[in-house]
Write a protein that binds this ligand. Structure first.
Ligand SMILES: [Zn+2]
Length: 239
């Protein structure tokens, strides 16, 4: 199984440190190098791989420093190859990849960006969603259409409910407030908000969260159609 450590970076981003059973180590979305290096040094680890979910600066700005310091290989979306410097391994859906002695499945999930992806480890049942899916929210449609994002959600919701989701930002409470406006009487949503508030009051992250919980609480996943999703996304963007 892969052990995951959250590393807060920038204002509200999360990078992740992955340790595989075979000793391989990876970093997901290093939006900033210094806090990641600090955690690696503290644990006396050297990353073999850097994964990027998409090309935005707050997910890739630490790539170059980590490559330089540790010789880590950068694995990033093939479809964003012209927008991310220094890619060593191009990731694409359907192309076999492995890490930590486990298979890695790439889900291409356009919507937030054109070439963005989610990284799924079916044996450890963990999913890194970048800015495609947040707890009780989703990324803005900077480059894609609502129909594309809705199709991307379909790839995520097809995974097992017990899948643990690790996303790119700590936006859970503000997202949840929006969801409560849409579904004020949803008991699962009320419970999740109480839990998230308690965690934040203790200075803890609200992640990971299971896909099953997201299916019960995330208004965007619960929209039911690309059209309804588009309305919700537009409503949230106007907020
Ligand atoms: Zn982004």
């Amino acid at each position: 199984m892969i052990n995951v450590t959250l590393i807060p970076v920038l204002d509200d981003n999360y990078a992740y440190l992955l340790e595989g059973a075979n000793g391989e180590t990876a970093i997901v979305d290093p939006g900033e190098a210094a806090p990641v290096i600090q955690e690696l040094e503290r644990r006396n680890l050297r990353p073999d791989i850097i994964f990027n979910t998409h090309h935005h600066g707050d997910h890739i700005a630490g790539n170059a420093e980590l490559k330089r310091l540790y010789g880590a290989k950068l694995a990033a979306p093939a479809k964003e190859q012209s927008r991310i410097d220094g890619i060593d391994i191009e990731l694409a859906e359907g192309i076999p990849f492995s890490f930590g002695g486990e298979p890695v499945h790439i889900l291409e999930t356009p919507g937030h960006t054109r070439g963005g992806l989610c990284i799924y480890f079916p044996e450890s049942k963990i999913l890194f969603t970048g800015d495609t899916l947040f707890s009780m929210g989703c990324g803005r449609l900077f480059e894609g259409t609502p129909a594309q994002m809705w199709e991307s959600f379909g790839k995520i919701t097809a995974l097992p409910d017990e899948t643990q989701i690790f996303c790119g930002h700590e936006y859970t409470l503000s997202n949840g407030e929006f969801c409560l406006r849409i579904e004020p009487d949803n008991p699962a949503l009320q419970r999740r908000m109480e839990e998230a508030q308690t965690l934040r009051d203790q200075g803890q992250p609200t992640l990971p969260v299971t896909l099953g919980t997201e299916k019960q609480t995330n208004a965007f996943l619960r929209a039911g159609s690309a059209e309804k999703f588009a309305e919700l996304r537009a409503l949230k963007d106007r907020k």
